[in-house]
Structures are given as structure tokens and as C-alpha cells.
Design a protein around this ligand. Structure first.
Ligand SMILES: [Fe+2]
Length: 345
């Protein structure tokens, strides 16, 4: 990649860099992002691009992405790898994604822990898997294959759901943690999806947050949802609800400063609304991580730098991150022969 393009070094227990707070790159905002990004006038730190929108060569989207990438870290987020299906993985899709990765050098790549089609039919929805040992083996093998093909570790995202399987053998948080462990992949933890599924299925969302292994968490998603009768629906067309902000604060207390994305895919508001959401997320991250540091010092915890103590890197603000001393910080995210030592490089 062009070394002038920004990708901070690994600084998290997961080995993924802390990028700050970002938003999705959407065509509605292309002119504003290009104009203000050039002037350094955007109130966001990074962008998440939907992989499928930039795989087709030619046209303006790839050019816009190249311009944005020259100034900001970018993460690629897919919706159609179909990791949970019983259809063979689409090797043509993986080839095209690998070419996009080569061009963009994203900080990392993600897709969903779900299935999106079967029998060759694309269903255009993110459908849940049964939480069974058989599913863990099945989907972990497919993630490993995708990672080998892409030459890097990827992150998988928890989806929201509106039904469950009679055959479920474990709660969703155990399933997600087991898949990540078995596939040695990262987790994109969607805090809104946890809240939506918790309300729909009647579990405490705090249990989910508390059960996820910190060393796997690459990124958070924050989004708005809608109410339809007794169900919450993950519509991404509303502001983030107060209950989800509260859950996000708990997640920051548990996982520290993790790259956070404001997700808004329908009824997309003016960019300044996304910037206001980003500012609120940034305020929570800074306040919670500062308080955690203070309480460690006040309670006589081991001082920074002592064996076994956490340490901070960067200054105050969004570049600040806490590293667990025994975490795999700095471990290469990429897998496979010839993989470089730093993510996104
Ligand atoms: Fe999400």
C-alpha cells in the first residue's frame, strides 16, 4: 500500500488498531465527504465501506473510495459472504474481495455471522444460525477458508434476530465466542443488534456483553432500530436509542476504547447528524476510559509500566487506548504465507 495512507498501528487487546469513531461511506454524502475531507473539516475519524458497492471496477464509487482512503482509515464490511450457508463459498466473490482489499488496504475486513442464501438463491437478508456445536464446526471452517483466501484475519458480526431454533444448544454469546475461537477470527460487536435480540428473545443484554472475550473484539456498531408490535426491528433508520447508548457505555467499560461505527442505512440524515452521533460516542469512550484509568490509580492498582499493569498509548482523546499486558497486541492480523506483520499494511 501507499505508506502515506493512514492506518494506525495495532493498539488493542485484539491486535486491531483503535481508529476512533467512524461512519458508513454512503453516496448521499460523497460530495460533502470529498469537499470537507480535503479541508480536514469532518467530525469523524474513519469510514466503513460496503465491500459489494466497490467491487465493480469503473464508475465513480471506486474513485470516491480511493480519494477517501488517501485521507482516512477505511474498513471493508460485506453483506454477502454467506458464511453460514450450506452452499459452497462463492470463490468468485472471494477473488473480487481479495482484489478490492489489495487496492484499498483496509484496516480490517468484516462480514456477518449468518446465512444469506441457499441452493444458489440470494435471499437478501441476514438470517440467524442454529446455536449448535454442528453450526460452530461448519461456520468456523468456512471462516478459516475465507481468511486463508483473503490472506488476513477477518471479523464476524452478530446479527439481530426475530426467531430462534428449537435445536439451540447454547445462548448466542457462547456461540459467537466459540466460533471466533475456533476460526481464530475477530468480532464486530453490534451493540444495537445485541439490544434488539435481547428484547425480542427476553435475555439480559448485559450478559451478552459480559461474556464476549475482549481479545477478539475489533469493532463496535451503533445503530437505530424500530418497534413493530412486540418486536424490535434492526432498521438502521433512526437515531441510536438511549438504551443502546447505555449498553455501549457498558461495552466500553468492559472492552476499553474500540473502533466504533455509527451505522445508518435508510432515511440517511444530513452528515452533521452522523457527526453529532460520533461526538457522543467519542465523549463516552473518552470519559469511560479516563475514569477506568483514574480508578486503577486511586484503588492502588499497579502503576502503568509495572509488570502485569495495563498501559495507555497515545494522548488523550480518540487515539487513546488501553492495552492488556498479556493480550496478543501486535500479533499479525493477517494469516497465510508472506503476510505482513501489521494489519492493513
Ligand atoms: Fe451492524
Amino acid at each position: 500500500m501507499n505508506p502515506s495512507r493512514p492506518n494506525p498501528p495495532p493498539s488493542r487487546p485484539s491486535g486491531a488498531p483503535f481508529l476512533g469513531v467512524g461512519v458508513g461511506l454512503r453516496p448521499k454524502h460523497y460530495p460533502h465527504v470529498l469537499e470537507q475531507g480535503l479541508r480536514g473539516g469532518l467530525g469523524v475519524d474513519w469510514f466503513e465501506a460496503l465491500s459489494e458497492n466497490y467491487m465493480i471496477p469503473g464508475g465513480s464509487p471506486p474513485r470516491v473510495l480511493d480519494d477517501v482512503r488517501a485521507r482516512f482509515p477505511v474498513v471493508l464490511h460485506g453483506v454477502s459472504m454467506n458464511l453460514g450457508s450450506t452452499d459452497p463459498l462463492d470463490e468468485n466473490y472471494l477473488d473480487r474481495l481479495a482484489r478490492l482489499i489489495d487496492r484499498v488496504s483496509p484496516a480490517w475486513v468484516s462480514d456477518h455471522l449468518c446465512w444469506t442464501g441457499v441452493g444458489g438463491r440470494q435471499l437478501h437478508d441476514l438470517l440467524p444460525l442454529p446455536f449448535t456445536e454442528e453450526s460452530i464446526r461448519h461456520v468456523a471452517a468456512r471462516i478459516l477458508h475465507a481468511q486463508e483466501r483473503l490472506g488476513r484475519r477477518m471479523a464476524v458480526e452478530n446479527v439481530s434476530s426475530y426467531m430462534s431454533f428449537a435445536r439451540d444448544e447454547m445462548p448466542e454469546w457462547e456461540f459467537l465466542a466459540a466460533v471466533a475461537d475456533r476460526a481464530d477470527c475477530g468480532i464486530l460487536l453490534d451493540v444495537n443488534n445485541i439490544y434488539v435480540s435481547a428484547r425480542n428473545h427476553g435475555f439480559a443484554p448485559e450478559r451478552y456483553i459480559d461474556a464476549i472475550p475482549a481479545e477478539r473484539v475489533f469493532q463496535f456498531h451503533l445503530a437505530g432500530h424500530s418497534e413493530q408490535g412486540p418486536l424490535l426491528i434492526d432498521t438502521h433508520d433512526h437515531p441510536v436509542k438511549d438504551e443502546v447508548w447505555a449498553l455501549f457505555e457498558r461495552a466500553v467499560r468492559r472492552f476499553g476504547a474500540v473502533s466504533t461505527l455509527i451505522e445508518w442505512d435508510d432515511r440517511i440524515p444530513p452528515f452533521k447528524t452522523l457527526e453529532a452521533h460520533a461526538a457522543r460516542a467519542r465523549e463516552i469512550i473518552e470519559r469511560v476510559t479516563a475514569r477506568e484509568d483514574e480508578s486503577r490509580e486511586t484503588l492502588g492498582g499497579r502503576a502503568a509500566g509495572e509488570p502485569g499493569s495495563p498501559r495507555t498509548v497515545g494522548g488523550r482523546g480518540t487515539s487513546r487506548a488501553v492495552i492488556a499486558p498479556d493480550g496478543p497486541a501486535g500479533r499479525a492480523l493477517r494469516v497465510g504465507p508472506g503476510a505482513p506483520e501489521r494489519p492493513g499494511s
